[in-house]
Design a protein around this ligand. Sequence first.
Ligand code: ZN
Length: 508
Amino acid sequence: MRHYRRFLLLLAMLSAATFGMAQTANDYWIAADKALAAGDADSTFYYLNLFREKFGRQYAYAYTTFLTEEDYRTLHYDARWTAFMDSMRTYKHETEDKREISYPKKAVVEDTNAPIVKRYDIQLNIDVEKKTLTVTATAQIDFRDRESIDLTLWKNSTINHVRYKKKELTYSFGTKAKSTNTYIQQGAPLRLTAPQKKGICSITFDYTCNLDSLDTWMSSMEKDWVQLGYYMAWFPVNSDSRDFTANVSVSINDGYTVSGSGIVERMGDKWEMSQPWGGFDLQIVASPSLKSKKMSSDGRTFEVVYTDFADADADSALVACSEVLQFYTCLFKTNPSNDYMKFLVVPSRGGGISRKNFIAYATKRFNEDFKTAIGHEMGHLWWNKAPIFSWEDWLNEGFAEFSMLWYIKCHFDKHVFECYLEACRENARHACPIYEVDRDAPEAYDALYNKGALLLYDLEQKVGEQRFFEFMQGVAEREITSTTLLLDYAEEVFGKEIRKLIENRIKS
Ligand SMILES: [Zn+2]
C-alpha cells in the first residue's frame, strides 16, 4: 500500500491549528490552492510565500509534496516558484541537519509454528440502518500443539457461541482491553482455548457487531458507503494467518449492491463472495449506487468498482491498468499468476490498500495521484512475496515504489519524472536505515518505500539498464522472500562488490 503525503500533512497541520484569528499553515495552503484554481498566479505566490515565511521551517518536509503536486506544475517555470522551492529546500536541509535521525529498531521474531486459520466460511448479515452485523463464521484452525489461539475481533461485539462439534468452547474476550494488533485500533483481544491440539479443528463463532463507533481507516458503516475489512476486524482475525481462503455469503438491506476483495456474484437475495486465493483480508463493500466496469486484455480481466466517481474516469483507470500491466510484463518478464484484478475506488479519506487481485484506492477523480497509485499498486503483482509485517517488507514496498518511478520515467514528461525522483531522494535524505527498522513505526515509511526505491534506482544507474532488469527478472522469477536471499542473488549476478554496496545501502 502507499500513503499520500499531502493527506498526512493536512492531518498534521489541522492538529496544529492555532486559536483566535491567526491563520494556520493549512489556511495559507488552501488560499494558495484557490488562487491557483482561479488562475491568479500573483495571489498564489503571495499565499505560498506567507506559508513559507510563517510555517516554512515547521513544515519544511512539505517541500516534497510541493515537488510532486500536479496542480502546481503550471507554476514551475516561473522564477518565483524556483525561489520559493529553493528556500523551502534550504529550510528542510537546515531542519534535518540539526535533528538526529530517529531509528526505531525491531529485529524479526518469526513464530513459525504459531497456530493459524486456514479457511473461513462465513454468513454475514449487514443491517445498514441499525449499523449492526450478524455473523456466523466457521474457521478451520490448526492449533499446532498450542493451548490456544489469539484473535482480534471488533470491540463492540457480543459473542453468542464459540463451538466445536456442537460443544461450547472456553474463550476470553477483553472488550475493555487495548488491542494487541497495531493495525486494528478498534479491535479487542479474543483468546480461544484449543479443543484439541492436533489436526485442524472446524470452529464456529456466532456474534453480532455494533458499528456505531466505527472510526477506522478504510472502514465505513454509512448509508451511502459500507466498507468492512481487516482493519476493523469484522471477522476473527489472527495476525499470523496470511494465507487463508474464504467464502462469504452476504445479506444486506434491499437496494444495496455488494462487492469485495474476492469474486462476488449475486445468488437470489444473497451475495456470494469466494476468495479461492490465499490472503489475510476479507474486504466487503456495499452501496446503493455501486457501479462496475470491466475490461479484458491479454486474457486478464480488470474491473473498476466505484460510486462517487465519473464513468469516464473509470474508463481511464482501466486503460491505465492495462498500460501499466503491459509495461511491467515487458520489464520484469515473469508473468504474474493473476488473471483478474479489481480496482475499488473508495469515496472517502485518502490512501490505498493492495491485496492479491484487489486494490482499493481513495479518490474522487482520475488524476496523476491515481495514475501513480496504479503504478505502485500494480507493482505488487510482482512484488508481494516477502513478509509484510517486518522490515523485509522493503522487498515489496521499495520494489513497488521503484516500479512506479520507472513507469513515470517512461510514460510521463521528463520534468515530471525529475520532480518525483527528487522527491524520492529528499524523502530518503534523513530517513533511518532499512535494516531491522520497526515496521510499525512511522519512520519505516521513508526507509522502506523511498530508500528502497532509491537503492534500486541508483543500482540501475551503476550497472546499466539491461543488467539491472535481468537482475529484477531473476528476483521476480525466483520469488525472493528475504534480504539475505536477495543479497546472495545480487552477488551471483553482479559479484561481491555490488553485494557489499547494496548491503551498505540497506544498513546505512
Ligand atoms: Zn505498496
